[in-house]
Design a protein. Structure first.
Length: 124
């Protein structure tokens, strides 16, 4: 697994999503990942990233290519000053998770539509 800097800790919410706090050099906010009940296709985001009642990003379900395979979320937070691409990895108990910065260039996200998932990296 590729190593990224940890920017957040999350726990399962009662609604089936995740809630926690992200912290970077410029951002310290509590956010929620809420299940997307309006998915129109398999490529649509599985979760909406929420700050209060405002949607600030999306998250797609993925599975690593490691053995054994590991489920995770690829998260995109649309901060106008510094967009964040991150990976949310649930811990073994699946009740807590860590969010790590994805260090791939942001340019790989720019030419996609809202329902098109981000590319999956070979490392998973």
């Amino acid at each position: 697994m590729r190593r990224g800097r940890e920017i957040g800790r999350f726990r399962r919410s009662k609604q089936g999503g995740w809630e926690g706090e992200i912290q970077t050099l410029t951002i310290q906010r509590k956010i929620r990942l809420v299940p997307n009940d309006d998915r129109m296709s398999d490529n649509a985001p599985a979760f909406r990233v929420m700050l209060g009642w405002q949607m600030i990003g999306d998250a797609w379900e993925r599975q690593s290519r490691t053995d054994p395979a590991r489920d995770y979320l690829r998260v995109r937070i649309d901060d106008p000053l510094c967009p964040i691409d991150a990976l949310l990895f649930p811990d073994a108990d699946a009740e807590t998770a860590k969010m790590l910065v994805d260090r791939r260039p942001v340019s790989s996200w720019r030419n996609r539509t809202i329902d098109q998932p981000p590319a999956t990296s070979p490392e998973g």
